[in-house]
Design a binder for this molecule. Structure first.
Ligand SMILES: [Zn+2]
Ligand SMILES: [Zn+2]
Length: 411
């Protein structure tokens, strides 16, 4: 956000100058020229700051007073009409450990994007219940992975859903069957949306940006949603990886967003440089818990740090709430407001100098059949030496190289 400050400062100075000129021209006393100093706090659309965030040194500017609310000296009453003090959009990134769950609430409408794993069902249930959110206009399951759809059963056990969207409408996992069962129990069926679809959540527009192409890698079938509320926007990426990011870049859709929900819990297979550059977020949220993959990876944290993005993390800060009045956003967290969210000592279980990176495994690739195996797979013993390639990397990288997982060892 630091990069935005000069613009806002210039704007405020320009506005202050305007007020000065107009009010002084009207013969107002000198102190009338400082009328804007208290505007933000009396502005009905201003958002209360979270405890401890008011002196946030590297943070963003507080909700700026609207130009017309500064225009106190204009004589014509019709021109002093305040802009509609619109409703507040609240987005809560729920701390569901390693998984995703984000709740959007605006003007009596609500939507849930993912629900964490099955173990978080009761947490989701209680959260909705505590807030009496017994109806969700939309439920989105970005993709069928358990850490995204598992907890939706809890949501649907408490709240009714208007419409339920998922990147697929069938799946063979227990989590998927349970999710589907609850959807159908309410008389709904799973809708697979198309890119370009736009849904209204009160005054908020939710656009489906992806997936654009179907992939063998389920993470790359993640629904990608962009919620836009006037001048503020929020990009929800599920577990999208760089292939789907590239598809979105190629599609030419608007990616620029105020807030980015970082893809795949901060995996290094997501948040590629070109994608991050295009989204150019001021803030990012990483939904992550303890995990064996080294999420969030140093790679991604470094990119966010270098891009001067203010990062929030559910593993360090609990539930993360973002409020938007349509012009600016304000964050508050459950704990550790000042945590070093991009510090070099994060992801302690993976020291990149001594251990392989996240998800890195040694596979044996068969360059003839284009199938890859674990080294212990019985097929490897039958393979011609000349066809064998020993490869250390991630499963996704092997797939990217055009290889398919063996049906026998299921790498
Ligand atoms: Zn996930
Ligand atoms: Zn996934």
């Amino acid at each position: 956000m630091r990069k935005k400050r000069p613009l806002i400062t210039v704007l405020l100075i320009a506005l202050a100058a305007l007020v000065l000129v107009s009010s002084c021209a009207a013969g107002m006393p000198a102190d009338g020229c400082s009328a804007n100093s208290g505007t933000a706090s009396s502005d009905p659309t201003s958002i209360p700051q979270s405890a401890g965030s008011s002196s946030e040194p590297s943070g963003h500017d507080p909700i700026a007073p609207s130009p017309s609310s500064l225009n106190t000296s204009a004589p014509d009453p019709t021109s002093t009409v305040e802009p509609e003090a619109g409703p507040i959009l609240e987005i809560v990134f729920l701390d569901v450990g390693e998984g995703d769950a984000a709740l959007l609430i605006c003007d009596g409408h609500a939507a849930l994007i993912d629900g964490g794993s099955a173990g978080k069902s009761s947490f989701i249930y209680s959260y909705l219940k505590n807030r009496s959110l017994d109806h969700l206009d939309y439920v989105f399951a970005t993709h069928s992975d358990e850490d995204h759809i598992g907890g939706l059963a809890g949501a649907l056990n408490y709240a009714t859903a208007g419409k339920v969207y998922c990147s697929v409408d069938s799946g063979d996992t227990k989590a998927f069957s349970s999710f589907k069962k609850y959807v159908e129990k309410q008389g709904n069926s799973i809708i697979v949306p198309s890119k370009g679809d736009v849904l209204d959540l009160g005054p908020v527009k939710i656009q489906i940006l992806g997936p654009i192409n179907r992939s063998d890698e389920d993470n790359n079938n993640s629904l990608v949603l962009r919620a836009e509320y006037n001048e503020t926007s929020f990009l929800f990426t599920g577990d999208m990886q760089r292939e789907e990011e590239q598809d979105l870049l190629d599609s030419g859709c608007t990616l620029k967003s105020t807030v980015l929900k970082v893809g795949h819990h901060g995996s290094r297979n997501s948040t590629s440089y070109p994608f991050l550059r295009e989204v150019s977020p001021d803030f990012a949220v990483i939904s992550v818990g303890s995990n064996p993959y080294g999420h969030p990876t140093e790679d991604v944290l470094t990119k966010l740090r270098d891009a001067d993005v203010e990062v929030f993390r559910t593993d360090l800060q609990g539930n993360i709430t973002c409020l938007s009045n349509g012009r600016t956003v304000e964050f508050s967290v459950e704990r550790n407001r000042d945590a070093d969210t991009v510090g070099t000592r994060s992801g302690t279980e993976t020291d990149p100098t001594t251990s392989p990176g996240e998800d890195e495994v040694t596979y044996i690739l068969n360059k003839n059949s284009h199938i890859f195996h674990y080294p212990w797979c019985s097929s490897v013993g039958q393979m011609r030496e000349s066809n064998k390639i020993c490869f250390t990397g991630t499963r996704d990288e092997a797939i990217d190289m055009g290889y398919h997982p063996c049906q026998r060892c299921n790498p």
